[in-house]
Structure formats: structure tokens, C-alpha cells
Write a protein that binds this ligand. Structure first.
Ligand code: SF4
Length: 489
């Protein structure tokens, strides 16, 4: 699985925004490593610098100096829709009759092709095949005969899918979250202005204070002098569809998303995992770094109760928590290895067991997910080769049975090991002594929300959006483009 994108938007009282945007993007680097970009506006003119590569490589000191203005937006990207080349790098920027527009998008539209076709039919020329340009063109067209708020509302009525956007219209910075709030976006207060960011870790990096999450369906407009923000609830649905995988996998553990600290959520998921499928073993061990918080919660719960839920006797310490797999931090992520063979080798390059922690022990290995099963199989065999007596695997999320259409590159159904295999068949394939996943109910319980307020499409095969050829888990339908165009707003 690969992360999606990170967005940021900043409006300050006179101070140049480029450097805070740059630091904000650094804090969001885990959300996208293919390209990075910043668009600023100095009150007269828009400035843009977008480059392939990591944030640290994408900007020089001179680039940051040239990005004039106290308002701007930024983006880090991992490609989820559109080509893997610079034409899809963001922020997308365009100048049109009534001003200049910059747009950073995290998420994925499921009706981009329909909107694009309609816009192309009335003369819009596209320079990329990404869905962000579709949103930008639609908004630019609406801004020709509507004020900012009405124009954004019109565009929201036409696009269907997942989006957290930061937008610059000249030196006005805005943030929008799709009506189901699939992707995260939050507001922070800085010493001399305000920030919108995918995750609160970006606000912390700038010594700011998290104000709150942008609400699903809300437009937030930052004041140009950095003094505050206005809120417009443009769409208000009964149910949300927050991506539960943000909490499980994607977001930084130190971020607060939808009012929950990600680290605590992961620890609590680990505690639930013990309650649902705890197994006595000598050692609880995380897969670094993804399984660490889950394993710590699991081991904590295991020190309090037995697998059956009874209190532990005072002389029984439960299960020992130990780091038994050491990570080589200088090896790239497995997803950049193009062939299965190379991906398998990457696990050996990346992780090395500490033999004394492993030898002769029964081990519970904790991770956040199993996608193809290749890594899990490699890890189990790594531990067995180092002398482990038993390897039990526990996963802090339900089995992934279907792909994601909302902006996460998760592999195809054919590649997902759980798409057509039972838990027992997966256990056999990864060669573990036992295997258990967390239930969907446990996830909703830990996130303290109704199941209907979460997107769990990849673990249920039923999505909260109208996706061609897939089932939905609620009454949703794509907007009819012609009808939306003629609607009187
Ligand atoms: S399908 Fe899965 S990964 Fe995609 S948005 Fe829904 S919960 Fe998140």
C-alpha cells in the first residue's frame, strides 16, 4: 500500500509563506514522495515551483526566495490518478479571466472522466490526465459568474469522490473536505496566521495550535491578513465516510485526526486485538515501524488479562514486549521494487532479527495489515531461520479484500491475498502457527464512531461512493452532470 498525498495552505500577516509551507510539506513527506510543489501569491502575481522528488530535493534556497507572498498552498504527491510524471505534479496552477488559481488535492474523484468530458466539450483544454486539473477547470469556470463560495459549492455539486483540497484564488487560501470527509484536513493557528494541513503534525512543526478538523462538506476561507478564518458548511450529509486506514496505516502516529491521536488509536486497536484473539507467547514483537503502537497496546493488555479475559494473577507478568526485528533505515520502501523477486529481497535488506530475542521463543508478531502476503511470509521465515519456536501473527485491521478507489494505491483484487482466501488459507501461505485479524466492529468501536461514518470499502468490498461495477454500503449516486450544470444555486 502506498500513501496518497499531503496538502497544506497558509495565510500569514505579511511574512513570506514559502518557508512555513516548505516545513509543512516536510512534516507531510510520508504522504507522498514522488513530487513536491508550492504555489504562492504576493497580492499581484502567482508564483509556482513544482518539482519531482522529495521535499528536500525539490526546492533550493533560491526557489523558496522566489516564491513571494504571504499566502500559498503546497503539495506532496504519490501518484494515485494520472500519469507518473511531472505533468501531474501539484499544486496545479492556472490563470484565467478573473484571477489565478492554485489547487492541491488529496484523494480521488470517481466521476472525473464525466466532468472532464463535459468541460472538454465546451472548450476546456487539459494538460494532464489527473483529476485535480478537472476540479481546477470546473472551479475556474464557475468563478467566471459566481462568487468564491457559490463557485466552490457548484463544483462540489458536480464532483463525486474523495477530496481534501487546499486552494489559492489569488491571495485567498481555502480548504475544502468532501461531503463524507474521506480524507483528513485540519485547521491550525500560527503566531501570525492560519494553516490548513492534511495532518496536525504539520501544524506542530510550525509551533502552531490545532484548532479543529475541517468538517466534511465544509469550506474554510483563511483571512488574507492571517487574522482568522470563515467557515461555510456547503454540504451536510447524515453519514460521513472517514478512511479508517488513515488511523491504521497512513497518518503519522503523532497526528490528531478527527479528534483522535493516531498513536492512541493504534494502541487501542492493539488492546482490542488481544481481547479478540490474544495468544500466550514468550514475546510480543512489532513489525517495525508499522506494528509498533499496535504491539505496545497488545502487550499492555496482555499484561493485565489472560487470553480468556480473566485478570492475571499477581505473579504472572503476561507477555514480554521486545523489538526483535531491526530496520535498516537506508533501504527504500518495498513498493519501489518493480518485480516480485525484488520485493522479496527488499524484506531481507530491510529487516534483520536479533537472534537472542528470537531463538527458542514463541513469538507473536504484530503488524497493521497484510496486502499481498509476501512480506508476512518473508518475516515469518526470517524469524524461523533465526530459531523461533513458534510464530503467531496478529493484524491490527480486518483482511483487505478489495481495492481502494479513493486515492490509495493498494494493489488489484488479484494481488490481494485476502480477496479469495480464508484466514486459514492465508495462515498456511505465510506459514504462521496462527493468524488473526481485527474485526470491523472493533475498529469502529475504537474509533468511537458508527460503522456508517467510516469508509471500510477495502475490507468489506462495499464502498461509500458510487463506483462503477462495485457495491455500495449506503444510498449514494453520482451527480448527473447536465442536471447539476443547470441547477439554480
Ligand atoms: S477503501 Fe480502504 S483505504 Fe480506501 S478510503 Fe476506504 S478505508 Fe480508506
Amino acid at each position: 500500500m502506498t500513501e496518497k498525498c499531503g496538502v497544506v495552505g497558509i495565510s500569514l500577516d505579511g511574512r513570506p509563506a514559502s518557508r512555513p509551507l516548505y516545513y509543512g510539506l516536510y512534516a507531510l513527506q510520508h504522504r507522498g514522495q514522488e513530487s513536491a510543489g508550492i504555489v504562492t501569491h504576493d497580492g499581484f502575481q502567482q508564483h509556482s515551483h513544482v518539482s519531482m522528488g522529495l521535499v528536500g530535493d525539490a526546492f533550493t534556497e533560491g526557489d523558496l526566495k522566489d516564491l513571494n507572498g504571504s499566502a500559498g498552498i503546497g503539495h506532496v504527491r504519490y501518484p494515485t490518478a494520472g500519469s507518473v510524471d511531472s505533468s501531474c505534479a501539484q499544486p496545479f496552477s492556472v490563470s484565467f479571466k478573473s484571477g489565478s488559481l492554485g489547487l492541491s488535492h488529496n484523494g480521488n474523484l470517481v466521476n472525473a472522466a464525466e466532468v472532464r468530458e463535459e468541460l472538454a466539450g465546451i472548450g476546456h483544454a487539459f494538460t494532464s490526465d489527473g483529476d485535480t486539473e478537472v476540479i481546477a477547470h470546473d472551479l475556474a469556470r464557475n468563478l467566471l459568474d459566481a462568487d468564491l463560495v457559490r463557485a466552490v459549492k457548484r463544483t462540489m455539486d458536480r464532483i463525486h469522490g474523495s477530496y481534501a483540497l487546499t486552494i489559492s484564488h489569488d491571495d485567498t487560501i481555502m480548504g475544502v473536505r468532501d461531503p463524507q470527509g474521506n480524507r483528513p484536513l485540519c485547521i491550525g493557528e500560527l503566531e501570525d496566521g492560519y494553516i490548513l494541513a492534511s495532518e496536525s503534525a504539520a501544524i506542530d512543526t510550525l509551533d502552531g495550535e490545532l484548532v479543529r478538523d475541517v468538517r466534511p462538506g465544509e469550506l474554510v476561507v483563511l483571512a488574507e491578513d492571517g487574522s482568522g478564518f470563515d467557515s461555510y458548511q456547503l454540504v451536510d450529509l447524515d453519514d460521513t465516510a472517514h478512511c479508517f486506514f488513515e488511523h491504521v496505516y497512513f497518518a503519522r502516529p503523532d497526528s490528531v485526526i478527527d479528534d483522535s491521536l493516531v498513536y492512541e488509536v493504534r494502541r487501542n486497536l492493539g488492546r482490542k486485538l488481544w481481547a479478540e484473539s490474544g495468544v500466550e507467547s514468550d514475546v510480543v514483537m512489532p513489525v517495525p515501524d508499522s506494528g509498533r503502537a499496535f504491539a505496545s497496546g497488545y502487550a499492555d493488555a496482555a499484561s493485565e488479562t489472560t487470553p480468556g479475559g480473566a485478570d492475571r494473577p499477581e505473579d504472572d507478568d503476561g507477555v514480554e514486549f521486545a523489538e526483535g526485528l531491526m530496520k535498516n533505515r537506508y533501504v527504500g520502501r518495498t513498493f519501489i521494487m518493480p518485480t516480485q523477486d525484488e520485493r522479496e529481497r527488499a524484506v531481507r535488506l530491510k529487516l534483520n532479527p536479533i537472534k537472542s530475542t528470537v531463538e527458542g521463543k514463541s513469538i507473536t508478531l504484530i503488524d497493521d495489515s497484510i496486502v499481498r502476503g509476501t512480506t508476512s511470509n518473508q518475516l515469518v521465515s526470517l524469524l524461523r531461520d533465526s530459531g523461533a519456536a513458534e510464530v503467531h501473527m496478529r493484524i491490527g485491521a480486518p483482511p483487505i479484500v478489495a481495492p481502494c478507489y479513493m486515492g490509495i494505491d493498494m494493489a488489484t483484487r488479484e494481488e490481494l491475498i485476502a480477496a479469495d482466501k480464508t484466514v486459514e488459507e492465508i495462515r498456511e501461505e505465510i506459514d504462521a502457527d496462527s493468524l488473526a485479524y481485527l474485526s470491523t466492529e472493533a475498529v469502529a468501536d475504537v474509533l468511537a464512531t458508527d460503522r456508517t461514518d467510516l469508509c471500510m470499502g477495502c475490507v468489506t468490498g462495499e464502498y461509500p461512493y458510487d463506483i462503477a461495477g462495485e457495491e455500495t454500503d449506503r444510498p449514494v449516486s453520482r451527480p448527473t452532470i447536465e442536471a447539476a450544470m443547470s441547477a439554480d444555486d
